[in-house]
Design a protein around this ligand. Structure first.
Ligand SMILES: *Cc1c(COP(=O)(O)O)cnc(C)c1O
Length: 491
């Protein structure tokens, strides 16, 4: 299958736009500013619209079908979020406007901070970080600053369980701490004996992804946070998986000192394709003074006749700024809308259904696939994509075969502690009918793996491109004219 390229469609002299007559005197552009040899395709409006519409249909998106990427929480994004984010009073603001002229926007940010505090059980929130990983970096820098402010600079060790998200060790290392990996026990919890061995005077903290990347809630979390605190360390909670906990557990109540939220997962702001994320960070009381500046605060209390005056505030021992301006403002509006639309009971229902959906799907698949950590799961679960009696079939083959059935594959080969991991997160927005259809496909593929393994190994068969060299495709993206990017290449 070959898609025509825009330059193939080009006809000399064809035009898609008409400029209005200029209302300023014409003058020549300075020499050298215009490249004469830029090969711009010449096309009509119809050509261009059809080309991009055709291309858009080659993509898969959350508005088209289920997107079971474990760890990514690809839930449906309600369209009301987009409407509010586009309200001119929000979308048309400039970040440097005087505070008197942006009181509504500041009030929304202030209330979002307050709502996230309550959801997470924290004393302070910064909305600045632009993603989960940047929230982690912010949190770890806060932990460092806390120890340093107490003259406790020897605390340089940070413990990271092997079931943590990959960003945890990366951000810790970036912040200059020494990363030590902790093993999991047979039930997928942090190994307490291993933890105890590291609880000493060099301990800066521990980063806990909970639920972890196996989709399991750490059954000993209270003991984990107690041990770390007893040794003088702090606990970082990776809250990207709050979709399993909303209204049920508050990380702050478990002894977590600092945690990032992923607005672009739990609170349904769009993600993927490199779009903006947002990773607000919540902290317990003893860390509030270290939060990045500025925070949104109330400068003057209001009364029954006057609303409060909102403005910016700088915490006493702030680690500084981690993002330009106010952060990803458009994401705040979306998350704020989402939280206000659901309300407290609705948020709890989100997590109840996310966990129910994952367990329902797991119950339909558990006889056909190997489940390495056999427990009730939270919002996601990890299967092994291999069978002893179907040698040669791998998780990758299963993932590719799913595309032939029109499904987006789950996360695979992550977490690393499961050999051929298929990490499935259905989210609460999928109906029983969608989950059943998904389960039927995976059951069929498990059968095919045994009866017709070649079908899996050569998949996908119906997509515009076959199996790409994924590393090369990402590093050497070919978009220019003259090369056919849709040439099938099987590796
Ligand atoms: C997605 C995720 C992150 C990183 O978030 P980004 O916004 O992609 O940087 C960290 N931890 C967990 C558990 C996640 O699922």
């Amino acid at each position: 299958m070959t898609e025509p390229l825009l330059c193939d469609l080009s006809v000399s002299g064809r035009r898609g736009i008409r400029y209005p007559a200029p209302d300023v005197p014409l003058s020549k552009l300075p020499e050298g500013l215009v490249r004469e040899d830029l090969p711009m395709p010449e096309l009509s409006e119809v050509d261009v619209v059809r080309h991009f519409t055709r291309l858009s249909k080659l993509n898969y998106c959350i508005d088209q079908g289920m997107y079971p990427l474990g760890s990514c929480t690809m839930k449906y994004n309600p369209k009301i979020n987009e409407e509010t984010a586009r309200l001119p009073g929000f979308a048309g603001l400039h970040p440097l406007q005087p505070v008197e002229t942006v009181q509504g926007a500041l009030m929304m940010m202030y209330e979002l901070q307050e709502m996230l505090k309550e959801i997470g059980g924290f004393a302070g929130i910064t909305l600045q970080p632009a993603a989960g990983a940047q929230g982690e970096l912010t949190g770890v820098l806060i932990i460092r600053a806390y120890h340093e402010s107490r003259g406790d600079a020897k605390r340089t060790k940070i413990l990271i369980p092997d079931s943590a998200h990959g960003t945890n060790p990366a951000t810790s290392a970036m912040s200059g701490l020494d990363v030590v990996q902790l093993p999991s026990d047979a039930r997928g919890n942090v190994d307490l004996e291993a933890l105890k061995k590291h609880c000493d005077e060099s301990l800066a903290g521990l980063m806990l992804t909970n639920p972890n990347t196996l989709g399991l809630f750490d059954e000993n979390v209270i003991e984990v946070t107690r041990l770390v605190h007893q040794a003088g360390g702090l606990v970082y909670g990776d809250g990207a998986n709050m979709n399993a906990l909303l209204g049920i557990v508050r990380p702050g109540d478990l002894g977590i000192d600092v945690l990032h939220f992923n607005l672009h997962k739990t609170f349904s702001t769009p993600h993927g394709g490199g779009g903006p994320g947002s990773g607000p960070v919540g902290v317990a009381k003893h860390l509030v003074d270290f939060l990045p500046a500025p925070l949104v605060g109330i400068l003057e209390e209001g009364d029954k006749d006057t609303p409060p005056l909102y403005g910016y505030a700088t915490p006493a021992k702030t680690i500084g700024r981690v993002k330009s301006f106010q952060g990803q403002f458009g994401m705040f509006v979306r998350a704020y809308t989402y939280i206000r639309m659901y309300g407290p009971d609705g948020l709890r229902a989100i997590s109840e259904y996310a966990v129910l959906n994952a367990n329902y799907l797991l119950s339909r698949l558990r006889d056909a696939y190997h489940l390495p950590y056999d427990r009730v799961c939270m919002h996601e679960f990890v299967l092994e994509g291999m069978w002893a009696d179907a040698p040669g079939v791998h998780a990758l083959d299963i993932a590719k075969r799913m595309m032939d059935y029109g499904l987006h594959p789950p996360t695979n080969y992550f977490p690393l502690i499961v050999h051929e991991a298929l990490m499935i997160e259905p989210t609460e927005t999928e109906s029983k009918q969608t989950l059943d259809a998904f389960a039927e496909v995976l059951l069929k593929i498990a059968e095919e793996a045994h009866s017709e393994p070649e079908l899996l190994k050569s998949a996908p068969h119906i997509t515009p491109v076959g199996r790409l060299d994924e590393v090369k495709a990402a590093k050497e993206l070919v978009l220019c004219c003259g090369v056919d990017p849709f040439e099938r290449e099987l590796v």
